[in-house]
Ligand binder design. Structure first.
Ligand SMILES: Cc1cc2nc3c(=O)[nH]c(=O)nc-3n(C[C@H](O)[C@H](O)[C@H](O)COP(=O)(O)OP(=O)(O)OC[C@H]3O[C@@H](n4cnc5c(N)ncnc54)[C@H](O)[C@@H]3O)c2cc1C
Length: 349
């Protein structure tokens, strides 16, 4: 049971920790070992956390040619490794890298790939059941790969809970031979340009602040954007907010928009109609701000604030600005705590 580890070079991405937890659980049920594959340059220091989070073995491939993601180096290396070791299942994060790399490797191996899965499980006969959205989120379908191997899926962030690291766990670290030459690389990384998170594609964002009809006006929507900017979130919108021209269609969440599963979704003046909720119900934590205590969005909210956005948002923005000045950043927990203490709001739970 393999997991391809996404990392920044210094840190393991949350999605990789989630996949490790999932792999551990499935490996135990199938009587397999859980193997993590770590590619990069000078990344051996990440192996202990990987083992603490569930891996029995870490395949470590290190080379300056692997320092940044390059499909020309990562694809042949992983395809050869998988061909040689013949894992039964390989899990990938549905990240920029995973979405680009997994199909390339699948094509080389002649196996299938279920992309963007929201869940994986086992069938009675031990096949991987890969659940992914279909028809724009109106339905979900279970995908099986009964013949070709390995069975492969990319999983959306938040699809599985990460395990608490167990410091007593120690994985075997196996160095992988890397025989790549720079001549074989057709792509060259010239520069990394960081996109401000508020301009991020909503499907990639870990935190989203979304505005709905209740925001009331274009000026009201600017407050939503300000809040998003402060917490490093992407801006999203319900359909009426898009129809009003406050946000572009590419930021619409819901049945006829995008499906997202961020760590935190802050819904401002969005009633929670089913057409909207199907696009964000897999968010790990939901904060809802609405005037109407009976708004359906509160049924799926973890923090529920009954209040007028015209008072709640400025007060919240002011508090977060102060927090940022004091600390330089505002983490999710601090945002949640701040939200829960906004004076203009009556918090119902
Ligand atoms: C086929 C089809 C596809 C659709 N696809 C989508 C889709 O992809 N995405 C989508 O979002 N919708 C979609 N819709 C529309 C959907 O059914 C709802 O109409 C829409 O989601 C409602 O948007 P809203 O919550 O912003 O507005 P409303 O339902 O009008 O809710 C506004 C909320 O703001 C609150 N409010 C008002 N003023 C304030 C204030 N000052 N402070 C705080 N709260 C306030 C109100 O109490 C209310 O709860 C679709 C509909 C159809 C028929």
């Amino acid at each position: 049971m393999w997991v391809i580890v996404d990392h920044t070079g210094d840190e393991i991405e949350d999605i990789a920790l989630e996949l490790l937890g999932q792999a551990r659980e499935l490996a135990d049920r199938l009587g397999l070992s859980a193997v993590a594959v770590l590619l990069g340059d000078g990344v051996r220091g990440l192996a202990p956390l990987i083992s603490q989070c569930g891996a029995d073995t870490v395949y470590l491939a290190e080379s300056p040619l692997l320092s940044a993601y390059n499909p020309d180096s990562y694809t042949p290396l992983l395809a050869d490794l998988i061909r040689g070791q013949r894992p039964s299942i390989v899990l990938w994060g549905a990240t920029d890298q995973g979405r680009d790399l997994a199909p390339r490797v699948a094509a080389r191996l002649g196996t299938g790939l279920a992309s963007n899965c929201t869940r994986v499980d086992l069938s009675e006969d031990g096949l991987l059941v890969m659940t992914r959205p279909a028809y724009g989120g109106k339905a979900s379908c279970d995908v099986l790969c009964p013949q070709a191997r390995p069975q492969m899926a990319t999983l959306q962030p938040g699809a599985a809970p990460a395990r608490r690291p167990d410091p007593s766990r120690q994985a075997q670290v196996v160095a992988v031979d890397v025989s790549l030459s720079s001549q074989s690389l057709r792509l060259r990384l010239v520069e990394v340009i960081k996109i401000p998170s508020s301009a991020l594609d909503v499907t990639e964002a870990e935190v989203i602040v979304a505005g709905g009809r209740g925001v009331g006006s274009e000026e009201g929507f600017h407050l939503v954007e300000q809040l998003a900017h402060l917490v490093g979130a992407a801006v999203a919108a319900s359909r009426p907010a898009v129809d009003a021209g406050w946000a572009p269609y590419k930021r619409q969440i819901g049945l006829s928009g995008k499906t997202v599963a961020p760590r935190l979704y802050i819904a401002c003046g969005i009633s929670g109609a089913n057409h909207h909720v199907v696009g964000m119900r897999d968010s790990r934590a939901v904060v809802a701000i609405d005037l109407d205590p009976h708004a359906p969005i509160f049924q799926i909210a973890d923090v529920k604030i009954v209040g007028d956005l015209r008072q709640v948002l400025p007060s919240l923005i002011e508090r977060l600005r102060r927090l940022r000045q004091e600390r330089g950043t505002a983490e999710d927990e601090e945002v949640l705590r701040t939200l829960a203490s906004v004076p203009a709001a009556r918090q119902v739970s």
